[in-house]
Design a binder for this molecule. Sequence first.
Ligand code: UDP
Length: 251
Amino acid sequence: MIPNPGPLLYEGKAKRVFKSIDSDDEVVVEFKNTATAFNALKKAEFEDKGRLNCQISAYLFELLEQEGIPTHYLGLMSDSWMGAQKVEVIPLEIVIRNVAAGSLCRETPIKPGTNLSPALLDIYYKDDSLGDPLLTEERLERLEVINHQEKNEIENLARTINRLLTAFFVEIDLTLVDFKLEFGTNHEGQIILADEISPDTCRLWDKRTSDPKKRILDKDRFRQDLGFVVDAYGEVLKRVQGACAKPRNYR
Ligand code: UDP
């Protein structure tokens, strides 16, 4: 079923955001089948990816809400659509790393697979035209996108989310290697978790195999041309579904 949302507000690389016909404080988010990597230099369509990411995100948002984390999630509308609180997006990407991979290993001598406990928290400025640069503490201060108190709040939320998700994924034999979070401010001025949590934005390794390629169940399958992208996302949803309460429906 395809919902009948209001006009399109914004189209990103992986999602479309529509005005809600019910409320000015809410939006309708459609998850697309498009996958992009390397700042959209690499792009492809994967049948069913939108549904898988929407469902996985819904389950994980629901789990986090139950643990007291404020999120934009309001409920599923159909396979690849969800209702969400409208937020003013804070233009930062908060990356939490439990195990070294990706850019950390390209940009530093830290070897892939190194355990990073306590988790490393990196803050990037969200701007595709600048290539989402990694910020320093002082650069973040100069940008004035968040104040000191908001920075503390976001970092505390991100670390709590990491603790909750890491523990959850262990139960379903997945290692949460790293992931990216985005936050926004809702109509009440509260900072809440926004965007998505899916294999597009997380690195997830299957603990049931030690094969360094087979264990990858996330967008690295696309980045590294490993194939079986949708199968990997489907395996993640299957395990998440088996361990979680069903996410609520939107109204
Ligand atoms: N990530 C993301 N969007 C971005 C950049 C990173 O979702 O624009 C996620 C990525 O999937 C990984 C984590 O953040 O789970 C860390 O990514 P990294 O900095 O290692 O960059 P990459 O190797 O993906 O270029």
